[in-house]
Design a protein around this ligand. Structure first.
Ligand SMILES: [Zn+2]
Length: 410
């Protein structure tokens, strides 16, 4: 512990700087579709991360493919994704990352950070995930000051589209995950500071139904009612949740065209799905496809299913448990009693884990009320988490942890 102390003390001295940086960064609007805001934020980050003296690269992402209100495919441009890489030939390779985007659009009333009291900051993205971004940067800065840094190579990824399901960055992450032995993600931790062990898988589907319009009074049987067909689909989709208590089907949006005296020839529905088991990805997909096929026969409409499970469930395996236990050891030497629990929301940790990378994905700040105009951050967690991650990296580099990642993780 003695060898690590100067670097941990350095983090303690950074408390005010870390708070300042969170305020500065959270005051920049970086909603997933605010390309100007994301670009301004990326400029700040390039400057901040240049202190690490790694190799920087920012890449364009494929646009987000969505189905619009008319049931047609549409592309929405995404922000750029930043990478910083150092020592790619060191024996242990770690991938660290967090998203840049927030859920608050540029015209949302929640735009500025305020200090609630000595313990808390309130503002857009302070916990999810700009606090985590500051923790990542500070932990790596401390680690780079230590001579042990030579034993670990790392890459930082900062993606601009996590809050909309990582449509552009997911394939990039899946591909890059293969270069690394372990992943550290800086999503906010649980309120009591504990880590996340497992996460649900999430998906979204859009159903587009096209029927035939007709006069309701004169010719009702010549029509093919798209709204009626969509209603049948929704009831069938919900049956999955009724049968299985570990699958959630959330009917989010339903709409159709026409007046009440016209048989509607168009309807669109959107549903969200959450699953706990990896093989349920297939169960859900097949169930929905069968419903679509049945609609075409029984309702005489044409129906199309778009979407899928975007983030498979993150399940706790032996290697990840081992990784969490090492974080518990590091936490104990800092006076933290760390436990881990499953949580509902998905993160990019789901994507990295599905690509075979053991990942701890809740190393960001303690905070709460995320995705709401009451979002807050507990400021003491900034140095606390940065020290936890820096200590983990130093112990890993010193060979003090009870595993050898090069053997057990790849
Ligand atoms: Zn979020």
């Amino acid at each position: 512990m003695r060898d690590f102390k100067p670097y941990l003390d350095w983090i303690d001295q950074r408390h005010d700087t870390m708070c300042q940086l969170v305020i500065e960064w959270a005051n920049i609007n970086s909603h997933s579709y605010n390309l100007a805001g994301l670009s301004d934020f990326l400029t700040c980050l390039r400057t901040a991360f240049s202190a690490l003296e790694g190799e920087m690269e920012d890449i364009a992402l494929d646009p987000h493919q969505v189905i619009n209100a008319r049931g047609e495919p549409e592309e929405i441009s995404l922000g750029r994704m930043l990478f910083v890489r150092k020592r790619p030939s060191a024996p242990i390779q770690v991938l660290l990352g967090i998203h840049l985007d927030t859920v608050y659009p540029a015209d949302h009333p929640f735009q500025r950070v305020i200090r609630i009291d000595d313990r808390r900051l309130q503002g857009p993205g302070v916990a999810d995930a700009k606090g985590g971004l500051v923790i990542l940067l500070t932990a790596l800065n401390a680690f780079e000051r230590s001579p042990l840094a030579k034993n670990i190579g790392w890459e930082v990824f900062l993606n601009p589209d996590e809050e909309i399901g990582s449509p552009g960055s997911a394939p990039v992450l899946t591909q890059r995950a293969k270069r690394y032995h372990l992943g550290l993600l800086f999503e906010s931790g649980l309120m009591n500071g504990n880590l996340v062990s497992e996460r649900q898988g999430t998906g979204d589907y859009t159903v587009v139904v096209r029927g035939r319009s007709a006069h309701v009074g004169r010719d009702p049987y010549r029509g093919r009612n798209a709204a009626h067909a969509l209603a049948r689909f929704i009831i069938g989709a919900n049956a999955l949740q009724d049968e299985r208590n570990d699958i959630i089907v959330n009917v989010a949006q339903l709409s159709s065209n026409g007046a009440v005296n016209v048989v509607p020839d168009f309807a669109v529905g959107r549903i969200g799905v959450r699953i706990a088991r990896r093989d349920d990805q297939q169960t859900v997909q097949q169930h929905l496809e069968q419903l679509i096929a049945k609609l075409e026969i029984t309702e005489g409409v044409s129906a199309t299913l778009h979407g899928g499970i975007r983030k498979p469930p993150k399940v706790l395996d032996t290697i990840t448990t081992n990784l969490l236990e090492n974080f518990r050891i590091c936490g104990a030497s800092l006076g933290l009693a760390l436990e881990w629990h499953p949580t509902a929301g998905a993160s990019d940790g789901n994507i990295l884990a599905a690509a075979g990378l053991p990942t701890v994905d809740s190393l960001g700040a303690r905070g709460g009320d995320t995705h709401s105009p009451r979002e807050f951050l507990e400021v003491d967690s900034l140095t606390e988490r940065a020290k936890l991650v820096a200590l983990f990296l130093m112990k890993l580099a010193a060979g003090e942890l009870v595993f050898s990642p090069t053997q057990s993780y790849r």
